[in-house]
Write a protein that binds this ligand. Structure first.
Ligand code: GDP
Ligand code: MG
Length: 448
Protein backbone atom coordinates (compact mmCIF):
# COMPACT_ATOMS: atom_id res chain seq x y z
CA UNK A 1 0.00 0.00 0.00
CA UNK A 2 1.44 3.33 -1.12
CA UNK A 3 4.93 1.80 -1.19
CA UNK A 4 6.22 3.85 -4.11
CA UNK A 5 5.29 7.16 -2.56
CA UNK A 6 6.58 6.07 0.82
CA UNK A 7 9.98 5.10 -0.54
CA UNK A 8 10.32 8.44 -2.34
CA UNK A 9 9.27 10.47 0.69
CA UNK A 10 11.56 8.52 2.98
CA UNK A 11 14.46 9.34 0.68
CA UNK A 12 13.59 13.02 0.63
CA UNK A 13 13.14 13.16 4.38
CA UNK A 14 16.33 11.31 5.14
CA UNK A 15 18.36 13.81 3.15
CA UNK A 16 16.56 16.72 4.82
CA UNK A 17 17.04 15.20 8.23
CA UNK A 18 20.79 15.07 7.76
CA UNK A 19 21.08 18.84 7.56
CA UNK A 20 21.67 20.52 10.92
CA UNK A 21 19.85 23.58 9.67
CA UNK A 22 17.79 24.45 6.61
CA UNK A 23 17.54 27.73 4.81
CA UNK A 24 14.66 28.93 2.68
CA UNK A 25 16.16 27.58 -0.53
CA UNK A 26 16.76 24.15 0.89
CA UNK A 27 13.20 23.99 2.18
CA UNK A 28 11.90 25.03 -1.22
CA UNK A 29 14.00 22.40 -2.94
CA UNK A 30 12.69 19.79 -0.55
CA UNK A 31 9.12 20.87 -1.22
CA UNK A 32 9.68 20.69 -4.94
CA UNK A 33 10.86 17.10 -4.55
CA UNK A 34 7.80 16.29 -2.46
CA UNK A 35 5.55 17.87 -5.10
CA UNK A 36 7.12 15.70 -7.78
CA UNK A 37 6.73 12.59 -5.67
CA UNK A 38 3.05 13.38 -5.14
CA UNK A 39 2.41 13.89 -8.83
CA UNK A 40 4.23 10.67 -9.68
CA UNK A 41 1.92 8.95 -7.21
CA UNK A 42 -0.97 10.18 -9.38
CA UNK A 43 -2.18 12.71 -6.83
CA UNK A 44 -4.46 15.23 -8.55
CA UNK A 45 -2.67 18.43 -9.48
CA UNK A 46 -4.83 20.82 -7.40
CA UNK A 47 -4.38 18.55 -4.39
CA UNK A 48 -0.61 18.41 -4.72
CA UNK A 49 -0.56 22.18 -5.20
CA UNK A 50 -2.70 22.85 -2.16
CA UNK A 51 -0.64 20.48 -0.02
CA UNK A 52 2.64 22.10 -0.97
CA UNK A 53 1.19 25.57 -0.46
CA UNK A 54 0.01 24.70 3.02
CA UNK A 55 3.31 23.09 3.94
CA UNK A 56 5.20 26.06 2.58
CA UNK A 57 3.27 28.56 4.68
CA UNK A 58 4.25 26.71 7.81
CA UNK A 59 7.77 25.97 6.63
CA UNK A 60 8.77 29.42 5.54
CA UNK A 61 6.67 30.85 8.30
CA UNK A 62 9.63 29.90 10.45
CA UNK A 63 8.26 26.84 12.16
CA UNK A 64 10.74 24.74 10.27
CA UNK A 65 13.61 27.07 9.61
CA UNK A 66 13.84 28.17 13.21
CA UNK A 67 13.50 24.70 14.57
CA UNK A 68 16.56 22.94 15.94
CA UNK A 69 15.55 19.76 14.16
CA UNK A 70 14.31 21.11 10.84
CA UNK A 71 14.19 17.73 9.07
CA UNK A 72 11.97 16.29 11.77
CA UNK A 73 9.79 19.39 11.70
CA UNK A 74 9.21 19.03 7.97
CA UNK A 75 8.03 15.47 8.45
CA UNK A 76 5.65 16.65 11.14
CA UNK A 77 4.26 19.48 9.01
CA UNK A 78 3.86 17.21 5.97
CA UNK A 79 2.13 14.66 8.17
CA UNK A 80 -0.32 17.22 9.56
CA UNK A 81 -1.15 18.57 6.13
CA UNK A 82 -1.67 15.12 4.63
CA UNK A 83 -4.06 14.26 7.46
CA UNK A 84 -5.96 17.48 6.71
CA UNK A 85 -6.20 16.66 3.01
CA UNK A 86 -7.36 13.13 3.84
CA UNK A 87 -10.18 14.40 5.98
CA UNK A 88 -9.00 15.06 9.55
CA UNK A 89 -10.93 12.31 11.29
CA UNK A 90 -12.62 9.06 10.50
CA UNK A 91 -16.13 9.17 9.08
CA UNK A 92 -18.60 6.77 10.60
CA UNK A 93 -21.35 5.09 8.64
CA UNK A 94 -24.61 6.84 9.31
CA UNK A 95 -27.13 4.27 10.53
CA UNK A 96 -29.43 6.80 12.07
CA UNK A 97 -32.74 5.97 10.40
CA UNK A 98 -35.88 3.99 11.04
CA UNK A 99 -35.12 0.33 10.25
CA UNK A 100 -34.66 -1.13 7.79
CA UNK A 101 -31.82 1.31 7.27
CA UNK A 102 -31.00 1.39 3.55
CA UNK A 103 -27.43 1.64 2.28
CA UNK A 104 -26.81 1.83 -1.42
CA UNK A 105 -23.60 1.03 -3.24
CA UNK A 106 -22.93 2.55 -6.63
CA UNK A 107 -19.96 2.57 -8.97
CA UNK A 108 -18.45 1.35 -12.20
CA UNK A 109 -18.43 -2.27 -13.25
CA UNK A 110 -15.70 -4.26 -11.55
CA UNK A 111 -14.99 -1.62 -8.92
CA UNK A 112 -15.84 -4.07 -6.16
CA UNK A 113 -19.48 -3.27 -5.29
CA UNK A 114 -20.68 -6.84 -4.87
CA UNK A 115 -17.67 -7.89 -2.83
CA UNK A 116 -17.95 -4.74 -0.72
CA UNK A 117 -21.68 -5.26 -0.11
CA UNK A 118 -20.91 -8.59 1.54
CA UNK A 119 -17.94 -7.13 3.43
CA UNK A 120 -20.10 -4.34 4.80
CA UNK A 121 -22.77 -6.77 5.99
CA UNK A 122 -20.09 -8.76 7.80
CA UNK A 123 -18.61 -5.61 9.28
CA UNK A 124 -22.03 -4.44 10.53
CA UNK A 125 -22.72 -7.81 12.06
CA UNK A 126 -19.38 -7.99 13.80
CA UNK A 127 -19.06 -4.41 14.97
CA UNK A 128 -22.61 -3.15 15.31
CA UNK A 129 -24.48 -6.41 15.91
CA UNK A 130 -26.77 -5.54 13.00
CA UNK A 131 -28.40 -8.00 10.67
CA UNK A 132 -28.30 -7.08 7.01
CA UNK A 133 -30.20 -8.17 3.95
CA UNK A 134 -28.17 -8.18 0.75
CA UNK A 135 -30.06 -7.17 -2.36
CA UNK A 136 -28.67 -7.16 -5.88
CA UNK A 137 -30.24 -4.75 -8.33
CA UNK A 138 -27.81 -5.70 -11.08
CA UNK A 139 -30.25 -7.28 -13.50
CA UNK A 140 -28.09 -6.61 -16.54
CA UNK A 141 -24.91 -8.53 -16.00
CA UNK A 142 -25.43 -12.28 -16.28
CA UNK A 143 -25.09 -14.03 -12.95
CA UNK A 144 -24.51 -10.77 -11.07
CA UNK A 145 -27.41 -11.45 -8.70
CA UNK A 146 -26.23 -15.02 -8.15
CA UNK A 147 -22.75 -13.75 -7.31
CA UNK A 148 -24.11 -11.73 -4.41
CA UNK A 149 -26.39 -14.49 -3.18
CA UNK A 150 -23.56 -17.03 -3.25
CA UNK A 151 -21.37 -14.64 -1.25
CA UNK A 152 -24.21 -14.20 1.22
CA UNK A 153 -24.77 -17.92 1.60
CA UNK A 154 -21.10 -18.58 2.07
CA UNK A 155 -20.86 -16.01 4.82
CA UNK A 156 -24.24 -16.60 6.46
CA UNK A 157 -25.68 -13.26 5.48
CA UNK A 158 -29.32 -13.03 4.43
CA UNK A 159 -29.96 -12.35 0.77
CA UNK A 160 -33.13 -11.58 -1.10
CA UNK A 161 -34.20 -14.59 -3.18
CA UNK A 162 -33.85 -13.96 -6.91
CA UNK A 163 -37.01 -13.61 -8.99
CA UNK A 164 -36.14 -13.89 -12.66
CA UNK A 165 -36.84 -10.91 -14.91
CA UNK A 166 -37.87 -8.62 -12.09
CA UNK A 167 -36.87 -4.98 -12.62
CA UNK A 168 -34.73 -3.04 -10.12
CA UNK A 169 -37.57 -0.88 -8.75
CA UNK A 170 -39.74 -3.95 -8.14
CA UNK A 171 -36.85 -5.67 -6.44
CA UNK A 172 -36.48 -2.66 -4.14
CA UNK A 173 -40.17 -2.85 -3.20
CA UNK A 174 -39.94 -6.57 -2.57
CA UNK A 175 -36.85 -6.14 -0.41
CA UNK A 176 -38.48 -3.47 1.74
CA UNK A 177 -41.37 -5.75 2.64
CA UNK A 178 -39.09 -8.77 3.04
CA UNK A 179 -36.92 -6.77 5.44
CA UNK A 180 -39.79 -5.75 7.66
CA UNK A 181 -41.12 -9.31 7.69
CA UNK A 182 -37.80 -10.89 8.62
CA UNK A 183 -36.75 -8.15 11.01
CA UNK A 184 -33.40 -7.25 9.49
CA UNK A 185 -31.87 -3.96 10.56
CA UNK A 186 -30.18 -2.95 7.35
CA UNK A 187 -30.67 -3.45 3.62
CA UNK A 188 -27.58 -3.18 1.47
CA UNK A 189 -28.35 -2.51 -2.18
CA UNK A 190 -25.76 -3.62 -4.71
CA UNK A 191 -26.47 -1.76 -7.94
CA UNK A 192 -25.49 -2.31 -11.55
CA UNK A 193 -22.43 -0.60 -12.95
CA UNK A 194 -21.27 0.30 -16.42
CA UNK A 195 -17.80 0.55 -17.82
CA UNK A 196 -18.23 4.32 -17.92
CA UNK A 197 -20.43 6.85 -16.21
CA UNK A 198 -23.49 7.19 -18.44
CA UNK A 199 -26.89 8.79 -18.44
CA UNK A 200 -29.02 5.68 -18.19
CA UNK A 201 -27.02 4.42 -15.20
CA UNK A 202 -27.39 7.76 -13.44
CA UNK A 203 -31.12 7.87 -14.16
CA UNK A 204 -31.62 4.40 -12.82
CA UNK A 205 -29.67 5.23 -9.67
CA UNK A 206 -31.77 8.34 -9.14
CA UNK A 207 -34.98 6.33 -9.45
CA UNK A 208 -33.79 3.63 -7.08
CA UNK A 209 -32.62 6.28 -4.69
CA UNK A 210 -35.92 8.10 -4.51
CA UNK A 211 -37.74 4.84 -3.88
CA UNK A 212 -35.38 3.27 -1.35
CA UNK A 213 -34.43 6.54 0.28
CA UNK A 214 -31.02 5.30 1.45
CA UNK A 215 -29.36 7.11 4.31
CA UNK A 216 -25.99 6.39 2.73
CA UNK A 217 -25.21 6.44 -0.98
CA UNK A 218 -21.70 5.12 -1.19
CA UNK A 219 -19.46 5.10 -4.21
CA UNK A 220 -17.26 2.03 -4.49
CA UNK A 221 -14.17 3.05 -6.44
CA UNK A 222 -11.09 1.14 -7.50
CA UNK A 223 -8.03 2.88 -6.10
CA UNK A 224 -5.83 1.32 -8.79
CA UNK A 225 -7.48 3.55 -11.38
CA UNK A 226 -6.03 6.61 -9.64
CA UNK A 227 -7.33 9.89 -11.03
CA UNK A 228 -10.04 8.13 -13.02
CA UNK A 229 -11.54 7.00 -9.72
CA UNK A 230 -11.48 10.60 -8.54
CA UNK A 231 -13.15 11.86 -11.73
CA UNK A 232 -15.81 9.16 -11.48
CA UNK A 233 -16.46 10.21 -7.90
CA UNK A 234 -16.90 13.83 -8.94
CA UNK A 235 -19.44 12.81 -11.60
CA UNK A 236 -21.45 10.75 -9.14
CA UNK A 237 -21.30 13.45 -6.51
CA UNK A 238 -22.78 15.92 -8.97
CA UNK A 239 -25.67 13.76 -10.10
CA UNK A 240 -26.66 11.49 -7.24
CA UNK A 241 -25.06 13.17 -4.26
CA UNK A 242 -22.80 10.70 -2.50
CA UNK A 243 -22.51 10.47 1.26
CA UNK A 244 -19.31 8.45 1.29
CA UNK A 245 -16.68 6.56 -0.65
CA UNK A 246 -15.18 3.12 -0.24
CA UNK A 247 -11.85 2.69 -1.98
CA UNK A 248 -11.12 -0.86 -3.02
CA UNK A 249 -7.93 -2.67 -4.03
CA UNK A 250 -5.87 -0.47 -1.78
CA UNK A 251 -3.82 -3.62 -1.17
CA UNK A 252 -2.41 -3.39 -4.67
CA UNK A 253 -2.11 0.37 -4.85
CA UNK A 254 1.52 1.36 -4.65
CA UNK A 255 0.83 4.99 -5.44
CA UNK A 256 -2.06 6.22 -3.33
CA UNK A 257 -3.13 9.03 -5.66
CA UNK A 258 -6.83 8.25 -5.43
CA UNK A 259 -6.77 7.99 -1.66
CA UNK A 260 -4.98 11.29 -1.34
CA UNK A 261 -7.12 13.21 -3.81
CA UNK A 262 -10.60 11.89 -3.11
CA UNK A 263 -11.75 13.95 -0.15
CA UNK A 264 -10.29 17.22 -1.31
CA UNK A 265 -11.59 16.90 -4.87
CA UNK A 266 -15.07 15.57 -4.15
CA UNK A 267 -15.64 16.89 -0.66
CA UNK A 268 -16.89 13.42 0.22
CA UNK A 269 -15.24 11.36 2.93
CA UNK A 270 -13.63 7.98 2.36
CA UNK A 271 -15.32 5.75 4.93
CA UNK A 272 -13.65 2.41 4.33
CA UNK A 273 -10.87 0.85 2.31
CA UNK A 274 -10.88 -2.61 0.79
CA UNK A 275 -7.59 -4.32 1.43
CA UNK A 276 -8.09 -7.70 -0.25
CA UNK A 277 -10.59 -10.07 -1.74
CA UNK A 278 -11.56 -11.77 1.50
CA UNK A 279 -14.75 -10.86 3.34
CA UNK A 280 -12.97 -9.46 6.39
CA UNK A 281 -10.61 -7.30 4.34
CA UNK A 282 -12.43 -4.04 4.87
CA UNK A 283 -10.89 -1.42 7.13
CA UNK A 284 -12.22 1.84 8.52
CA UNK A 285 -10.41 4.73 6.86
CA UNK A 286 -8.37 6.56 9.48
CA UNK A 287 -6.69 9.61 7.92
CA UNK A 288 -3.94 9.80 10.52
CA UNK A 289 -3.04 6.15 10.21
CA UNK A 290 -2.97 6.38 6.44
CA UNK A 291 -0.76 9.46 6.63
CA UNK A 292 1.53 7.50 8.93
CA UNK A 293 1.78 4.74 6.38
CA UNK A 294 2.36 7.13 3.51
CA UNK A 295 5.20 8.79 5.38
CA UNK A 296 6.78 5.47 6.23
CA UNK A 297 6.20 5.98 9.91
CA UNK A 298 4.27 2.76 9.93
CA UNK A 299 0.85 2.08 11.17
CA UNK A 300 1.67 0.81 14.58
CA UNK A 301 -1.78 1.44 16.03
CA UNK A 302 -3.45 -0.62 13.30
CA UNK A 303 -0.87 -3.32 13.73
CA UNK A 304 -1.50 -3.53 17.43
CA UNK A 305 -5.25 -3.57 16.89
CA UNK A 306 -4.98 -6.21 14.24
CA UNK A 307 -2.75 -8.25 16.45
CA UNK A 308 -5.17 -8.18 19.32
CA UNK A 309 -8.01 -9.11 17.00
CA UNK A 310 -6.40 -11.85 15.00
CA UNK A 311 -3.94 -13.36 17.34
CA UNK A 312 -4.55 -16.10 19.77
CA UNK A 313 -3.45 -14.33 22.92
CA UNK A 314 -3.00 -17.49 24.89
CA UNK A 315 -0.57 -18.98 22.41
CA UNK A 316 1.38 -15.74 22.36
CA UNK A 317 1.63 -15.77 26.12
CA UNK A 318 2.85 -19.32 26.10
CA UNK A 319 5.44 -18.47 23.44
CA UNK A 320 6.60 -15.54 25.52
CA UNK A 321 6.98 -17.72 28.57
CA UNK A 322 8.94 -20.26 26.59
CA UNK A 323 11.10 -17.49 25.29
CA UNK A 324 11.92 -16.24 28.74
CA UNK A 325 12.66 -19.67 30.04
CA UNK A 326 14.84 -20.41 27.03
CA UNK A 327 12.69 -23.32 25.87
CA UNK A 328 11.49 -21.76 22.62
CA UNK A 329 10.82 -24.68 20.31
CA UNK A 330 9.95 -25.33 16.71
CA UNK A 331 6.42 -25.72 18.00
CA UNK A 332 6.47 -22.10 19.13
CA UNK A 333 8.00 -21.10 15.87
CA UNK A 334 5.20 -22.85 14.01
CA UNK A 335 2.68 -20.94 16.10
CA UNK A 336 4.42 -17.72 15.21
CA UNK A 337 4.31 -18.57 11.52
CA UNK A 338 0.62 -19.30 11.76
CA UNK A 339 -0.08 -16.03 13.51
CA UNK A 340 1.90 -14.29 10.80
CA UNK A 341 -0.20 -15.97 8.16
CA UNK A 342 -3.36 -14.84 9.91
CA UNK A 343 -2.15 -11.27 9.90
CA UNK A 344 -1.64 -11.29 6.17
CA UNK A 345 1.84 -12.77 6.05
CA UNK A 346 5.10 -10.87 6.07
CA UNK A 347 3.65 -8.41 3.64
CA UNK A 348 0.79 -7.47 5.90
CA UNK A 349 3.00 -7.07 8.94
CA UNK A 350 5.89 -5.32 7.26
CA UNK A 351 3.75 -2.75 5.50
CA UNK A 352 2.59 -1.56 8.88
CA UNK A 353 5.96 -1.32 10.58
CA UNK A 354 7.87 1.94 10.58
CA UNK A 355 10.72 2.43 8.16
CA UNK A 356 10.55 -0.92 6.49
CA UNK A 357 9.37 0.07 3.07
CA UNK A 358 12.93 -0.20 1.82
CA UNK A 359 13.53 -3.61 3.27
CA UNK A 360 10.15 -4.62 1.95
CA UNK A 361 11.10 -3.60 -1.52
CA UNK A 362 14.22 -5.71 -1.31
CA UNK A 363 12.17 -8.55 -0.02
CA UNK A 364 9.68 -8.22 -2.84
CA UNK A 365 12.57 -8.47 -5.23
CA UNK A 366 13.83 -11.55 -3.52
CA UNK A 367 10.39 -13.05 -3.85
CA UNK A 368 9.73 -13.52 -0.21
CA UNK A 369 6.11 -14.22 0.13
CA UNK A 370 3.65 -16.37 1.90
CA UNK A 371 4.81 -19.44 0.03
CA UNK A 372 7.89 -19.43 2.26
CA UNK A 373 5.71 -19.41 5.32
CA UNK A 374 3.80 -22.33 3.84
CA UNK A 375 6.95 -24.34 3.09
CA UNK A 376 8.28 -23.73 6.59
CA UNK A 377 4.96 -24.78 8.03
CA UNK A 378 5.07 -28.01 6.01
CA UNK A 379 8.61 -28.72 7.18
CA UNK A 380 7.78 -28.21 10.83
CA UNK A 381 4.65 -30.32 10.49
CA UNK A 382 6.78 -33.15 9.15
CA UNK A 383 8.97 -33.16 12.24
CA UNK A 384 8.31 -35.43 15.17
CA UNK A 385 7.37 -33.85 18.46
CA UNK A 386 10.84 -34.61 19.76
CA UNK A 387 12.48 -32.91 16.80
CA UNK A 388 10.32 -29.83 17.22
CA UNK A 389 11.31 -29.51 20.85
CA UNK A 390 14.95 -30.14 20.19
CA UNK A 391 15.93 -29.47 16.56
CA UNK A 392 19.56 -30.27 17.37
CA UNK A 393 18.83 -33.97 17.02
CA UNK A 394 17.86 -33.60 13.36
CA UNK A 395 20.43 -35.76 11.59
CA UNK A 396 20.89 -36.31 7.86
CA UNK A 397 18.56 -39.31 7.83
CA UNK A 398 15.93 -37.38 9.76
CA UNK A 399 16.28 -34.54 7.28
CA UNK A 400 15.60 -36.97 4.47
CA UNK A 401 12.43 -38.16 6.17
CA UNK A 402 11.31 -34.58 6.76
CA UNK A 403 12.04 -33.73 3.16
CA UNK A 404 9.92 -36.65 1.97
CA UNK A 405 7.12 -35.67 4.29
CA UNK A 406 7.04 -31.99 3.46
CA UNK A 407 8.09 -31.97 -0.16
CA UNK A 408 10.74 -29.38 0.70
CA UNK A 409 14.35 -29.88 -0.40
CA UNK A 410 17.23 -30.15 2.04
CA UNK A 411 18.25 -26.54 1.30
CA UNK A 412 14.93 -25.26 2.59
CA UNK A 413 15.18 -27.43 5.69
CA UNK A 414 18.71 -26.25 6.43
CA UNK A 415 17.65 -22.66 5.98
CA UNK A 416 14.80 -23.07 8.39
CA UNK A 417 17.04 -24.71 10.98
CA UNK A 418 19.60 -21.96 10.63
CA UNK A 419 16.93 -19.31 10.87
CA UNK A 420 15.53 -20.96 13.95
CA UNK A 421 18.94 -21.07 15.57
CA UNK A 422 19.53 -17.42 14.85
CA UNK A 423 16.18 -16.53 16.18
CA UNK A 424 16.64 -18.40 19.43
CA UNK A 425 20.08 -16.83 19.87
CA UNK A 426 18.70 -13.41 19.25
CA UNK A 427 15.83 -13.99 21.61
CA UNK A 428 18.13 -15.22 24.31
CA UNK A 429 20.10 -12.03 23.96
CA UNK A 430 16.99 -9.90 23.99
CA UNK A 431 15.58 -11.62 27.02
CA UNK A 432 18.85 -10.86 28.79
CA UNK A 433 18.16 -7.22 28.14
CA UNK A 434 20.53 -6.75 25.22
CA UNK A 435 18.15 -4.90 22.97
CA UNK A 436 20.34 -2.04 21.88
CA UNK A 437 20.81 -3.52 18.45
CA UNK A 438 17.13 -4.20 18.00
CA UNK A 439 16.03 -6.63 15.37
CA UNK A 440 18.96 -8.15 13.57
CA UNK A 441 18.57 -7.36 9.88
CA UNK A 442 20.32 -10.67 9.14
CA UNK A 443 17.00 -12.30 9.95
CA UNK A 444 15.54 -10.83 6.81
CA UNK A 445 18.45 -12.03 4.73
CA UNK A 446 18.07 -15.46 6.16
CA UNK A 447 14.48 -15.53 5.05
CA UNK A 448 15.50 -15.24 1.43
P1 GDP B 1 -18.53 -5.14 -9.08
O1 GDP B 1 -18.59 -5.40 -10.55
O2 GDP B 1 -18.39 -3.70 -8.77
O3 GDP B 1 -19.64 -5.78 -8.32
O4 GDP B 1 -17.16 -5.81 -8.57
P2 GDP B 1 -16.91 -7.19 -7.79
O5 GDP B 1 -17.36 -7.07 -6.39
O6 GDP B 1 -17.47 -8.31 -8.58
O7 GDP B 1 -15.32 -7.22 -7.76
C1 GDP B 1 -14.50 -7.35 -8.89
C2 GDP B 1 -13.21 -8.05 -8.50
O8 GDP B 1 -12.46 -7.25 -7.63
C3 GDP B 1 -13.43 -9.38 -7.79
O9 GDP B 1 -12.54 -10.32 -8.29
C4 GDP B 1 -13.11 -9.04 -6.34
O10 GDP B 1 -12.64 -10.17 -5.64
C5 GDP B 1 -12.06 -7.98 -6.48
N1 GDP B 1 -11.97 -7.07 -5.33
C6 GDP B 1 -12.95 -6.34 -4.76
N2 GDP B 1 -12.49 -5.60 -3.73
C7 GDP B 1 -11.16 -5.87 -3.63
C8 GDP B 1 -10.09 -5.39 -2.76
O11 GDP B 1 -10.27 -4.55 -1.87
N3 GDP B 1 -8.85 -5.90 -3.00
C9 GDP B 1 -8.62 -6.80 -3.99
N4 GDP B 1 -7.35 -7.25 -4.13
N5 GDP B 1 -9.58 -7.26 -4.80
C10 GDP B 1 -10.84 -6.80 -4.65
MG1 MG C 1 -21.38 -6.67 -9.06
Amino acid sequence: MFENLTVKLEEIFSSLKKAPSLNKNQVEEGLEMIRKALLEADVALPVAKKLIENIKVKAIGQEIIRSTTPGQMIVKVVFDEIVKILGDSKSELNLNAVPPVCLMLVGLQGSGKTTTAAKLAKYLEKNHKKKSLLVSLDVYRPAAQEQLNILGEKNLIQTLPIVKNQLPLDIVKRSLSAASLSGVDIIIFDTAGRTQVDLSMMNEIKEIKSLANPIETILVADSLTGQIAVNVASEFKKTVDLTGIILTRVDGDGRGGAALSMKFTTNTPIKFIGTGEKIEELDIFYPDRIANRILGMGDVVSLVEKASQDIDQEKIKKTEENLKSGSFSMEDYLNQLRQMKKMGGMDGILSMLPGVSKIKKQMDNANIDESIIKINEAIILSMTKEERLNPKIISASRKKRISNGSGADSGAINKLLKQFKMMTNMMKKMSKGDTKNGMNPEIFNQLK
